[in-house]
Design a binder for this molecule. Structure first.
Ligand SMILES: Cc1ncc(COP(=O)(O)O)c(C=O)c1O
Length: 409
């Protein structure tokens, strides 16, 4: 039995819910970027006020700044079941993927193959597809045009000894189905290939244990997981030390510096420890038994999913019944994230504009998932309306959304 989330407690951790200018606005564009939790804001404030010096020097402000950056990496890594140096920060997931693709560009030989999907956000497909220019063979794992589902039988048919890397999403930002990434990573590993998982659309709904899942690379964006604007990348040691170093040559022995060539954003990295504070605060409030960091993250993940699926099912039922609406992805809450895209007769952004006039913050467009929309027969220029929420969303907000949809669709 999962504990029920104390929604009042949850919302008290987010200053946005107290912010006067946001009153009367229900937020349904969380997949674009979530509200930021208070521990992250506090840490950011503290860093800029008291530690804004070059970190890792012997004077106190600097020592503390460096220690907070290390703390962020250490706590995020232990929550996700990996070693501290297997987790690194970069400006965004798109940029992290780009750097990784440069490393693979040097590592692979002409004739090697990479599998990409047509379900991904462009960040985890475009940089890989460009490697075709180097003689790398690109194979596309296509989703079902109706359901948006990625079938593992189709993946098996694409695999052979030439395939060195398989890139796929934990969850697409327009289909919403939660892909069985443990199973996919197992298939990929059995083939002797590496896996690169885009976790951006899933991570806001709970941090996963990468060691248990078996992914070689797992990427997500902290600004969607209640944190600052950073991309977070887990690369397992065996792969990370095999790929050519993309950082300064003298940093090559340090795994977490190998794929982040730019100078790091000290304050934002330090503030990422606030995401771990938030997970711990949720855990301590709801569960009284001692546990390690990965155990706490798993328990909080379970509570978040329970809260979300309960709120999501009636909304999915409502949308599936509407004749004027095509719901993308599964209509069963258990198999999907609450990132719910719908195709309308008209333009997605126009519907979002109308919703805004009723106090609903939602988005319309292609969400950089142009290939995924096209693969489902949707004109990206028309786009979709996307309604995305997370565990801090309340029943009152869902009711308000449904009322507004009634007037809009
Ligand atoms: C599924 C998915 N992957 C990747 C990205 C890109 O992340 P970033 O903005 O950190 O580059 C996004 C951003 O919306 C996304 O939704």
């Amino acid at each position: 039995m999962q504990n029920a989330l104390d929604i009042e407690f949850v919302r008290r951790q987010f200053p946005a819910f107290e912010e006067p200018s946001l009153q009367g606005q229900a937020f349904f564009e969380n997949a674009g970027g979530s509200y930021t939790c208070k521990p992250v804001i506090d840490r950011l404030f503290r860093f800029y006020h008291s530690r804004k010096v070059q970190p890792y020097a012997p004077y106190e402000a600097s020592r503390l700044g460096g220690a907070e950056m290390d703390e962020a990496r250490e706590r995020m890594a232990t929550m996700m079941g990996v070693d501290t140096d297997e987790l690194s920060f970069g400006p965004s997931t798109t940029q992290n993927t780009y750097v990784l693709a440069q490393a693979f560009r040097q590592h692979l030989e002409p004739g090697d193959a990479i599998i990409v999907t047509d379900q991904d956000h462009e960040a985890n497909t475009g940089p890989w597809r460009r490697l075709a220019e180097e003689g790398i063979e690109l194979r596309e794992w296509k989703m079902d045009a109706e359901s948006g589902h990625l079938d593992t039988d189709d993946l098996e048919n694409l695999l052979d000894e030439k395939v060195k890397l398989v890139c796929f999403p934990h969850c697409s930002n327009v289909v919403g189905e939660i892909n069985d990434i443990s199973e996919i990573c197992k298939i990929v590993r059995r083939n002797g290939s590496y896996s690169c998982v885009d976790g951006v659309s899933y991570a806001p709904h709970g941090f996963v244990n990468i060691d248990e899942i078996g992914a070689d690379i797992y990427l997500f964006s902290a600004y969607k997981t209640y944190g600052p604007h950073q991309g977070i990348m887990v690369i397992r040691r065996a792969l990370g030390m095999t790929l050519p170093n993309q950082g300064h040559y003298f940093n090559a022995p340090t795994l977490y510096k190998r794929f982040t060539p730019a100078g790091p954003d000290h304050a934002q990295i330090a503030a990422c420890a606030g995401m771990a504070d938030y997970v711990d605060a949720l855990y301590d409030h709801h569960i009284k038994i001692q546990s390690n960091a990965a155990g706490r993250a798993a328990a909080v993940h379970g509570m978040m999913r329970k809260a979300e699926t309960e709120l999501m099912q009636p909304l999915l039922d409502y949308l599936s019944q509407k004749n004027s609406v095509r719901l993308l992805g599964p209509d069963d809450a258990a198999g999907r994230a609450p990132t719910i895209a719908v195709e309308l007769a008209g333009n997605g952004e126009a519907a979002a504009t109308q919703l805004a006039s009723y106090g609903i913050m939602a988005g319309g467009g292609d969400f950089y998932a142009v290939r995924a929309l096209q693969a489902q027969g949707i004109d990206p220029d028309k786009g979709v309306l996307r309604l995305s929420f997370v565990h801090y969303t309340s029943q009152t907000e869902i009711n308000k959304l449904i009322e507004a949809l009634d007037r809009t669709l």
